[in-house]
Design a protein around this ligand. Structure first.
Ligand code: PHE
Length: 342
């Protein structure tokens, strides 16, 4: 018993003077004292040699020793984990990195505005491929080969396959929707379109359109007008006036273009409306019976209207952008200005 006491006193001194500067040394301490072949275990096994009347006292002594070792182990562990933080060069008191707030692209903002107005009238949204075949971009839209109206749009053809084009308008998505054979159709189809035009402030080789299509029994031109009146009122305000001019598109009959009174000068005449007081915003018409037949829809039973409008121009007017190229250059100084726009 005496001897045990001495032994423990000796170990206690060792323990308090044991110093560790890294994890490895702490582990050495653990193995030496608390491991399966460690000192604590060895001392515990001395219990069997202690006289029965001293067992209680010895037991307390050993327990106290064990707690002492464990406390020192925790202390060493804590101390080295602190020094590790300091040596890894992390200063937790430094302010955090600022996360810049992103913004939606102005074309996306304008598309969302347009889409949300028609969604309130029950239009669903669909998209189609930007690489189209001749049939969907032209043929089915009543533009057979050699039709002169094909020249109205300067098409990009795809070299590997002469049947493929970069779609020149979102009207191709009309065909894809009608082909599905589910009627009635009330769809809005936004997307990017391509035309072989010289890039300048006022024209670009790609831009965006939103196409609308409504097909059911007894749809009339009056429905088309009413739908577009609602759109204009929501988009540009109650004061804005609307006019339809007769026009020509091979896929609609009759066809029209829709103008609104210039929302910059209010109709008085400015540079935007070229002093006319009117701005053209879309093309529209009643879906041509040939187009319905091409898609397997009976033109004697169903009628419908379609319209297509550009997104860039209204976006330019709304956000005061004077050069189309800004939309595709991705200059963050430009894009950042739309952080709080809606
Ligand atoms: N696709 C026509 C264009 O790109 C617009 C349009 C769509 C006209 C639907 C009538 C009906 O100019």
């Amino acid at each position: 018993m005496e001897q045990l006491l001495k032994q423990i006193e000796g170990y206690k001194k060792d323990i308090t003077s044991f110093s560790a500067t890294d994890d490895k040394q702490v582990e050495e301490f653990r193995i030496k004292y608390l491991g399966t072949k460690g000192i604590v275990k060895a001392i515990m096994s001395e219990m069997k040699n202690v006289a029965p009347e001293k067992k209680k006292e010895a037991g307390q002594l050993l327990n106290e020793f064990k707690q002492c070792v464990e406390a020192r182990f925790a202390e060493l562990k804590e101390a080295t984990s602190n020094t590790e933080h300091q040596t890894s060069n992390i200063d937790l008191s430094l302010p955090g990195d600022e996360l810049p707030l992103g913004s939606r692209h102005p074309v996306t903002l304008m598309r969302n505005r347009i889409v949300s107005i028609f969604q309130r009238l029950g239009f669903a949204v669909a998209e189609g491929p930007e690489i189209e075949d001749d049939w969907h971009n032209f043929g089915a839209l009543n533009l057979p080969e050699h039709h002169p109206a094909r020249d109205m749009q300067d098409t990009f053809y795809i070299q590997q396959n002469p049947d493929w084009v970069l779609r020149t308008h979102t009207s191709s998505v009309q065909i894809r929707e009608m082909e599905k054979g589910k009627l009635p159709i009330r769809m809005l189809m936004p997307g990017r379109v391509y035309r072989n035009e010289t890039v300048s402030a006022r024209s670009h080789c790609f831009f965006h359109q939103v196409e609308g299509l409504y097909i059911d029994e007894n749809v009339s031109f009056a429905d088309l007008k009413q739908t577009l009146y609602f759109f204009v009122k929501e988009m540009y305000g109650k004061e804005v006036k609307v006019r339809f001019r007769p026009s020509y598109f091979p896929f609609t009959e009759p066809s029209a273009e829709m103008d609104v009174t210039c929302f910059i000068c209010g109709g008085g005449g400015c540079n935007i409306c070229k002093k006319t007081g009117w701005v053209e915003i879309l093309g529209c018409g009643m879906v041509h019976p040939n187009v319905l037949s091409n898609c397997g829809i009976d033109p004697n039973k169903y009628t419908g209207f379609a319209f297509g409008m550009g997104i860039e121009r209204p976006a330019m007017l709304k956000y005061g952008v004077n050069d189309l190229r800004l939309f595709s250059e991705n200059d963050v100084r430009f894009l950042r200005q739309f952080t709080s726009a809606i």
